[in-house]
Design a protein around this ligand. Structure first.
Ligand code: PEP
Length: 252
């Protein structure tokens, strides 16, 4: 069934970028040629300040624009927060929820991540739910249990291939230049697929599971072709169009 899943390469710009960065997005749009665009989906998730401008620039292209977080509620007294509906209104097609930086910096629980994924669906956005173990958890041999528990708690009922993407991102691999072995990635992805199957039945076979954590042009081919990997969530290397496109070219 893996062949039936269309790969997704998603860029998470985190807290980087200004209005002038639209020039970098333009390079990504121009470099994402028809042959590759026929094979994979490409998504850029800039900071919220840039979503509307990026969505405008990407309109009519094969590059979609996403967001990095949302509030569970549609509106209300939540100073500084943005609802999924607002992100959609700004031009986002997807939203990352439960990124490890938000779990760590903002104490986000699985229950909150789940509520955010439900909010994404309410607004018609694709939810990219992130899971992944810390270094201490890996060293304690708890990787598979931790990832399974996060998945169970963070993925709402009603998930299907059109509304859910899971990103496996080992916390210790994010922004460090360290990566798991291909067989470690394949093992965790296998467990994620099995957990999804237990929850979603047949829908699990069509649901994309990305790998994220220090994906670079040099290691993309190896990591993205590890067993059951359906694409990448890319942080640092997504900021430069040239590197981002080289990663996507792993599917050429
Ligand atoms: C991320 O933050 O989702 C990520 C994978 O970052 P990096 O590629 O920089 O490790």
């Amino acid at each position: 069934m893996a062949g039936a899943r269309r790969p997704l390469v998603a860029g998470n710009w985190k807290m980087n970028g200004f209005r002038s960065s639209v020039a970098e997005l333009a390079k990504t749009i121009e470099g994402f040629d028809g042959a590759l665009a026929g094979r994979i989906d490409l998504l850029v998730c800039p900071p919220a300040t840039l979503i509307a401008e990026f969505a405008e620039r990407a309109r009519g292209s094969k590059v979609a624009i996403g967001a990095q977080d949302c509030h569970p509620k549609p509106s209300g007294a939540h100073t500084g927060d943005l609802s999924a509906e607002m992100l959609r209104d700004a031009g986002a097609a997807a939203v990352i929820v439960g990124h490890s930086e938000r779990r760590a910096d903002h104490g986000e629980s699985n229950a909150l991540v789940r509520a955010k994924a439900e909010a994404a669906w309410r607004a018609g956005l694709l939810a990219i739910v992130c899971v992944g173990e810390t270094r201490a958890e890996r060293e304690a041999g708890r990787t598979l249990a931790v990832v399974a528990e996060q998945l169970k708690g963070s993925v709402p009922d009603g998930a299907n291939p059109a509304n859910l993407v899971v990103a496996y991102e080992p916390v210790w691999a994010i922004g460090t230049g360290l990566t798991p072995t291909v067989s470690d990635v394949a093992e965790v992805h296998g467990v994620i697929r099995r957990e999804l199957a237990a929850r979603l039945g047949e829908a699990a076979a069509g649901t994309r599971v990305l790998y994220g954590g220090s994906v670079k042009p040099e290691n993309a081919r190896e990591l993205l072709h590890a067993g059951d990997v359906d694409g990448a969530l890319v942080g640092g290397a997504s900021l430069k169009a040239e590197d981002f496109l080289k990663i996507a070219a792993a599917y050429r």
